[in-house]
Design a protein around this ligand. Sequence first.
Ligand SMILES: Cc1ncc(COP(=O)(O)O)c(C=O)c1O
Length: 367
Amino acid sequence: MIPINQPLITKEDAIAVYKSVKSGWISSAGPEIELFENKFKKIIGKKYCSLVANGTAALEIAIKSLNLKKNDEVILPNFTIISNILAVIKQGLKPVLIDCDLEMWNMKIDDVEKAITNRTKAIIATHIYGYPLNMQRLLKISRSRKIILIEDAAEMIGNKFKKKYCGSFGDISTFSFYANKHITTGEGGAILTNSKTLHNKIEELKNLCFGKVNRYNHSDLGWNYRFTNMQAALGLSQLSRLKSIINKKIEIGKIYYENLKNNKNIYIQKPRMGIYKNIYWVVGLLIKNKKFKADMIRNKLKKVGIETRAFFWPMNKQTVLKKLNIRFNKQFPNSEYLSKYGFYLPSGLGIRKEQVKKVCLEINKIF
Ligand SMILES: Cc1ncc(COP(=O)(O)O)c(C=O)c1O
C-alpha cells in the first residue's frame, strides 16, 4: 500500500528525542520547550509563542482567551476541519459560515465582508490544503471594523503570503504539529501572538489556570493542554531543516501536477497561482466530470494499493451540529461540491518519486 501519509523522521530527529528522554525532562518542563517556542516565533515573526497539545487545543484556547460574550458572532469557513467551529460553539458563540471557492478551496473573502454585522467579533482565517488566504485583505477588513483576526495556519507551516510567513498576520495564530504537518512532533500545536495580555491568558488556560497565590485555588476553567519536552526536541530538530521540508513538499506537488494536469476529468492545483504559492500540505484532486464520484475513484485506487483520504465534510452538513440544533440557512454549493468530488493523494514527506508517479499512472488509467 502507498500510504496517505508517511512522515519523514530522520536519525537526527530520533537522537534528539532519545537525548531528551534520557535527560529526564519528559513532561511539560524542560529546556527544549523554550528553545522551540523561541525558534518558532522568530521564524514566523511574532513576539510570543505557547506550545500546546494539538492544533484543536490551540484553537479552543485562542477563542476562549478573547473573552467574548455569549452569541457574539465569529466568521469562519464552511469547508474546513471541525476544530474551527467546535472552538466557537464550545464558548457559546455563534458561528457564521462562509463558502469556499473552487480553485483555491479557501473561504471567499468577498463573502466574509458581506457576512459582517455589528455582532461580529472575530474571523477565523483558515488556510486550506496548500494555498494561503489573502491575509492582507483580511487584515484590512478586520482592522477597519475592529474585529479580531484568528489565523489558523495548521496546514501552512513555512508558507508565505507576500513574503511574510503565514501565522504572522493574525492577532492570534494557531498551528498543528500532527504527523502529516510540515513540522511534526507526533501531536502538538502552537499559539502565537504579539499581545502580552493574550499570551499570559493563553499560558494560564493551557495549564489549568493555577492560582498565582494559592496554586490550587484556580482563577478560571482551563485545560491541561500542555506540550512535552520530548516533543519539543523533535520539533526543534525538524525546524532546523524547514526549508528542505518545504522544498520536498513542493517537489511532490509538482510531480503530481505535471503528470495529472492534462487529464481533462480532474482539477489539480498548480504550484503557484499568481501571488499564491502552494506548499501542498496535501495534494488534492477535484473531479470535474460528474460522471465520476470521489468514492468510486478512491475504491479503485485502493484496489491497486493506493490509500487516499476524503476531503473535509462541510460544516453545514455535520450530524453533530444538526443534533445541537445549530442550523445555517444559507447554501454552500462549492463546499458541498468539494466534499463529494474531492479527495487527496498520498503526499507525506516520506513518499518516493516513483510512488508519486505510480499514483499518477493509476489515476490516469482509471479515468
Ligand atoms: C486547518 C486545521 N486546523 C486545525 C487542525 C487540528 O489540528 P490537530 O489535529 O493538531 O488537532 C487541523 C488538522 O489537520 C487543520 O487542518
